[in-house]
Every structure is written in C-alpha cells, then in structure tokens.
Design a protein around this ligand. Structure first.
Ligand code: PXP
Length: 398
C-alpha cells in the first residue's frame, strides 16, 4: 500500500471515509510522479495537533495540517532518500471540519485540499519561503485539485435493476406470470433509476414482447444488454433503448461469464458503436477491470464501461476479495480519468455492494439476481428499498 493511514480521530459524530482518503493519497502520489513512494497519514483531533504544533514548531495552538518530510535535515532532494518514503502528513479533523463549514465545503473536500497541501510540502514546496514559492504552490494545488475532482460523481449512486430473473421464472412454466413488465414498474416505484434486460439469442428469458412493452412503459431508463450479434443489433436499432450494454454471450452459459474482449474484436465492436451512435444510442461495454480493455473501449468510442464485479463477489477469502476490490477501484479511476462513465455489476448482493457503492467514480450499479431472490421472500418493493438503503448509506459515508 503506498499510503499508510492511521486514524486516531475520536469518531464521535464524524466518520471519515478512510478508504476514500487512502485512494485519494494513492492517486496524488501517481499524479505527482512518485507512485513508487509511500506516504504516512495520521488523522488527529485539535488536542493532539496542538501538542505536535507546540513540540515541533513552538506554536501552542492547533493547525490544519503538518508535514514531516522523511528527508528533512539531510539533503532534501528525493534522490538522496534511501527508503522510498515521502514522510508524514498529520491532519486535524477538528480544524478541517471547522474550515469546511467556513468555506462551504464538504469535510472530504477540505480533507482533499489538506492532503494535497501536505503532500506538496513533502515534495519540497513551501509557501512561506517567498511570494514566488507561494504562487507556485497555489498553482500546483489547483492543478492537482482539478485532476482528482474532474471525474467524481456528485450525485448518488444509481441502481439499475435487471428483471431477466422474473422472466426466467415465467419461462419455466411457459405462461404469462410473473411478468417482467410488472416487475419493472414496481422497481421504478420503489426508487430504481433504470431497468436492465438481456435479450439473449435463444430468448431463454426476455421475449420480444417484453421489449416492446418495456420500451413503452419504462419511465426511467431502459438498458438493453446484448451480444454483438447481427439479428440482435437490428432489434436494438429498432427498439432504441436508452443504453446498450455489449456483453459476450455463449449459449451454454448460465449467466454472463466474463467481460467482453474488446481488444480481440476492436473493429467489430467499433462498428456496433458506430451504428448505435447513428441512432443516438450510447454504448456501455461490460469489461473486466483490465486497463488495456478499458483503453480499447475508450478508443473505439464507448460512452460507458460496466466493470465486471463477478470475481470480487466470488472471492473465496478476505485477501482475494481485497485484491479484486483494489483492481476494480483502480480500474474505475483509470476509466474515469480517460473520460469514460463507469458502472459496475454482476454478483452484487446485500453483503458485498457497499464498498463498490462507495467508489465515487462509479455512477450506477446493475443488480439482478440478489434483488429478485430476496423479493421471493419479502416482496419486490421491499427488496429494492433494502438495496437502495445500503447504497444510500454507502453514499453518505464522508
Ligand atoms: N451486468 C451484466 C452485464 C450482466 O450480464 C448481469 C447478469 O445478467 C448483471 C449485471 C446482473 O448480475 P446479477 O444478476 O448477478 O446481479
């Protein structure tokens, strides 16, 4: 981990999103060209900050941030540092909170600025040296702030619900019930931001009749998942969904098994995107969290990528899950930095969704099976609201 964060702040009433702060500091190390260095962060209250400020600077009062470069006292050039450590950044959350109210910012916005400020000090900037140094530091601060803020979502994470599973139950009997069209209406009334359906070549669940009715009745957003197959492309161009999500499709699979290999079929996928663009249908690519696939999706003009969360959800243990989470988190950062809009889905349930919903690069989650499975026992309205509550809670983590 490039950033090591210790939270000594007594959390009464104020919870700091530590994971998000670590991601921010990791990103800053990269933006500053020192991704191979580590930085230590410490969150304290005003009492501890006053003690430190008095001890190291002879000032018996709190301050917002203190930086302790690892190389201080020796030759300060980075090249002379034997261990690749930048040093320590200490932030008083009490002061950050007061300043955030004063400047009309969220606490996290203030912590972002303080982390940038602290890191620039570690890198040798000093606004107290001269007016020119102060100006240079201000410019650099703004530059970094723009870089880390430019692709953040400012709205709540949206929930799009896949109603294929309702159609699967219906098809098991070959009769009219349960109807995915009715399910979609209930999902929307419970607060879903979109409805997802996968029109498979073998029509194993969603039928052509469903498409037409859903197109007419959905009030939020219809996302049509599909393979890049000629007949299905014709259906999509005619239907004009609000979004097309391209997925790999194998007849024998139970559910979509992996992300689309865009690299291996760039020309073919580019053509589908072009066709959809002529009808003003944006395209999302269902992709594994692999930077090369994301770059290819971006190059051929995809608007969104939907990151495949399957491996994260299927992880056998905590360390595997953490590893998969880090891949998703950095892939989301990378995709957003390229200018792609980011969604995520597959396998998400009531126990593993919160960390993904906390990623401020991910604007929408696509969830099906877990919600329909819970709906069997508690009803669809309640199942949707339960998931939305988890997402809202994750969104409110500051
Ligand atoms: N996203 C895509 C691209 C999918 O293929 C599926 C499965 O239909 C989902 C999301 C939803 O996955 P789950 O049903 O496991 O929530």
């Amino acid at each position: 981990m490039p950033t090591d964060l210790t939270n000594q702040y007594p959390a009464a009433g104020v919870a700091v999103d530590v994971r998000r702060l670590i991601r921010l500091a990791d990103r800053l190390l990269t933006e500053c060209g020192v991704a191979d260095h580590t930085v230590s962060m410490l969150l304290v209250d005003d009492r501890e900050m006053t003690r430190l400020n008095n001890h190291y600077r002879g000032k018996n009062k709190p301050t917002n941030v203190l930086s302790f470069p690892f190389a201080e006292g020796a030759d300060e050039s980075l090249a002379s540092i034997p261990v690749k450590e930048l040093g320590d950044i200490v932030i008083s959350v009490d002061t950050a909170l007061r300043e955030s109210i004063e400047f009309g910012q969220t606490l996290f916005e203030r912590l972002t600025w303080l982390t940038i400020h602290g890191m620039l000090h570690l890198l040798g900037h000093d606004h107290e040296r001269s007016a020119a140094d102060e100006q240079a530091m201000l410019v650099k601060e703004q530059e970094l702030l723009d870089k880390v803020k430019n692709h953040r979502r400012t709205t709540m994470t949206k929930l799009a619900i896949n109603v294929d599973h309702v159609a699967t139950i219906r098809q098991a009997r070959g009769i009219a019930d349960p109807d995915p069209v009715a399910a979609a209406a209930i999902c929307e009334m419970a607060g879903a931001s979109g409805i997802v359906i996968h029109l498979r070549e073998d029509r194993r669940h969603i039928q052509d009749r469903d498409l037409q009715l859903l197109r007419q009745t959905i009030k939020t957003k219809l996302n049509l998942e599909m393979g890049a197959n000629k007949d299905i492309i014709t259906v999509a161009l005619d239907l004009k969904p609000d979004l097309v999500t391209l997925v790999p499709e194998k007849r024998e699979e139970l559910t979509t098994e992996g992300g689309l290999d865009v690299l291996a079929q760039k020309k073919k996928i580019a053509k589908v995107i072009e066709k959809m663009a002529r009808e003003s249908i944006p395209v999302s690519i269902f992709a594994d969290p692999d930077p090369a696939q994301l770059a290819a999706a971006n190059e051929i003009g995809a608007t969104f990528v939907e990151l495949h969360t399957g491996k994260y959800c299927d992880a056998k243990n905590e360390s595997e899950r953490n590893h998969e989470f880090m891949l998703l988190s950095s892939a989301a950062e990378e995709a957003a930095r390229m200018g792609l809009r980011v969604c995520a889905g597959h396998g998400l349930n009531y126990y593993n969704t919160a960390p993904i919903a906390e990623l401020d690069t991910v604007e929408e989650l696509s969830i099906g099976h877990a919600i329909i499975a819970r709906a069997v026992f508690v009803g669809l309205d309640r199942a949707v609201r339960d998931m939305l509550a988890i997402i809202r809670q994750a969104d409110m983590t500051i």
